[in-house]
Design a protein around this ligand. Sequence first.
Ligand code: SF4
Ligand code: SF4
Length: 98
Amino acid sequence: MIRSKDKKFNFEEGAVIEHDLDKAPKTGDWRYMMPKVDKEKCSGCTTCVPFCPEASIEMKKYKEGQRDKADIDYDFCKGCGVCAQVCPMKAITMEKNK
Ligand code: SF4
Ligand code: SF4
Protein backbone atom coordinates (compact mmCIF):
# COMPACT_ATOMS: atom_id res chain seq x y z
CA MET A 1 0.00 0.00 0.00
CA ILE A 2 1.22 3.51 -0.79
CA ARG A 3 0.76 5.90 2.12
CA SER A 4 -0.05 9.55 1.59
CA LYS A 5 3.08 11.71 1.58
CA ASP A 6 2.21 13.81 4.63
CA LYS A 7 1.51 10.58 6.61
CA LYS A 8 -1.56 12.21 8.22
CA PHE A 9 -3.88 9.98 6.33
CA ASN A 10 -3.79 6.31 5.57
CA PHE A 11 -5.16 5.87 2.07
CA GLU A 12 -3.98 4.55 -1.25
CA GLU A 13 -2.86 7.09 -3.79
CA GLY A 14 -4.25 6.72 -7.25
CA ALA A 15 -2.69 7.39 -10.61
CA VAL A 16 -3.78 8.16 -14.13
CA ILE A 17 -1.99 6.06 -16.69
CA GLU A 18 -2.08 7.65 -20.10
CA HIS A 19 -1.61 5.46 -23.11
CA ASP A 20 -1.49 5.85 -26.85
CA LEU A 21 -4.56 4.15 -28.34
CA ASP A 22 -2.79 3.79 -31.68
CA LYS A 23 -0.19 1.56 -30.03
CA ALA A 24 -2.72 -0.55 -28.09
CA PRO A 25 -3.07 -4.19 -29.19
CA LYS A 26 -6.18 -4.71 -31.32
CA THR A 27 -7.96 -7.24 -29.12
CA GLY A 28 -10.83 -7.52 -31.59
CA ASP A 29 -8.79 -10.17 -33.44
CA TRP A 30 -9.84 -12.69 -30.78
CA ARG A 31 -13.54 -12.21 -31.48
CA TYR A 32 -15.68 -15.22 -32.39
CA MET A 33 -19.06 -13.47 -32.18
CA MET A 34 -19.76 -9.97 -33.43
CA PRO A 35 -22.36 -7.51 -32.08
CA LYS A 36 -24.45 -5.69 -34.68
CA VAL A 37 -26.40 -2.58 -33.70
CA ASP A 38 -29.74 -2.02 -35.42
CA LYS A 39 -29.58 1.77 -35.55
CA GLU A 40 -33.32 2.05 -36.16
CA LYS A 41 -34.08 0.11 -32.95
CA CYS A 42 -31.39 1.81 -30.86
CA SER A 43 -33.00 4.53 -28.73
CA GLY A 44 -29.67 6.11 -27.81
CA CYS A 45 -30.22 5.39 -24.12
CA THR A 46 -26.45 4.70 -23.55
CA THR A 47 -27.17 1.73 -21.24
CA CYS A 48 -24.75 -0.51 -23.12
CA VAL A 49 -21.80 1.91 -22.96
CA PRO A 50 -20.66 1.45 -19.32
CA PHE A 51 -21.29 -2.30 -19.43
CA CYS A 52 -18.79 -2.98 -22.21
CA PRO A 53 -15.68 -4.44 -20.54
CA GLU A 54 -13.53 -3.28 -23.46
CA ALA A 55 -14.91 0.29 -23.57
CA SER A 56 -15.66 -0.37 -27.23
CA ILE A 57 -19.03 1.35 -27.50
CA GLU A 58 -19.29 5.01 -28.36
CA MET A 59 -22.37 7.11 -29.03
CA LYS A 60 -22.14 8.62 -32.50
CA LYS A 61 -24.30 10.83 -34.67
CA TYR A 62 -26.58 8.77 -36.88
CA LYS A 63 -29.25 11.01 -38.39
CA GLU A 64 -29.88 14.73 -38.13
CA GLY A 65 -32.40 15.52 -35.40
CA GLN A 66 -32.01 12.11 -33.73
CA ARG A 67 -30.18 11.10 -30.56
CA ASP A 68 -26.69 9.65 -31.02
CA LYS A 69 -26.69 5.87 -31.51
CA ALA A 70 -24.41 3.14 -30.20
CA ASP A 71 -21.42 2.41 -32.40
CA ILE A 72 -19.02 -0.52 -31.86
CA ASP A 73 -15.26 -0.23 -32.23
CA TYR A 74 -14.45 -3.63 -33.74
CA ASP A 75 -10.71 -3.09 -33.25
CA PHE A 76 -11.22 -3.76 -29.55
CA CYS A 77 -14.63 -5.50 -29.15
CA LYS A 78 -14.09 -9.11 -28.04
CA GLY A 79 -17.63 -10.25 -28.83
CA CYS A 80 -18.57 -11.11 -25.24
CA GLY A 81 -22.25 -10.27 -25.84
CA VAL A 82 -22.78 -8.23 -22.65
CA CYS A 83 -24.05 -5.26 -24.68
CA ALA A 84 -26.69 -7.42 -26.36
CA GLN A 85 -27.82 -8.76 -22.98
CA VAL A 86 -28.28 -5.34 -21.36
CA CYS A 87 -29.85 -3.46 -24.27
CA PRO A 88 -33.47 -2.72 -23.27
CA MET A 89 -34.47 -2.24 -26.92
CA LYS A 90 -32.96 -5.55 -28.11
CA ALA A 91 -31.14 -3.44 -30.70
CA ILE A 92 -27.93 -5.50 -30.55
CA THR A 93 -27.72 -8.97 -32.01
CA MET A 94 -24.72 -11.27 -31.92
CA GLU A 95 -23.63 -12.81 -35.19
CA LYS A 96 -20.82 -15.17 -36.02
CA ASN A 97 -17.65 -13.26 -36.85
CA LYS A 98 -16.73 -13.47 -40.53
S1 SF4 B 1 -19.66 -7.66 -27.46
FE1 SF4 B 1 -18.67 -7.23 -25.46
S2 SF4 B 1 -16.74 -6.25 -26.01
FE2 SF4 B 1 -18.04 -6.14 -27.82
S3 SF4 B 1 -19.09 -4.17 -27.71
FE3 SF4 B 1 -20.43 -5.69 -26.75
S4 SF4 B 1 -19.93 -5.60 -24.57
FE4 SF4 B 1 -18.24 -4.62 -25.68
S1 SF4 C 1 -28.47 -0.11 -24.82
FE1 SF4 C 1 -29.40 -0.55 -26.81
S2 SF4 C 1 -30.84 1.14 -27.14
FE2 SF4 C 1 -29.41 1.80 -25.54
S3 SF4 C 1 -27.74 2.84 -26.65
FE3 SF4 C 1 -27.11 0.72 -26.42
S4 SF4 C 1 -27.79 -0.26 -28.34
FE4 SF4 C 1 -28.89 1.68 -28.15
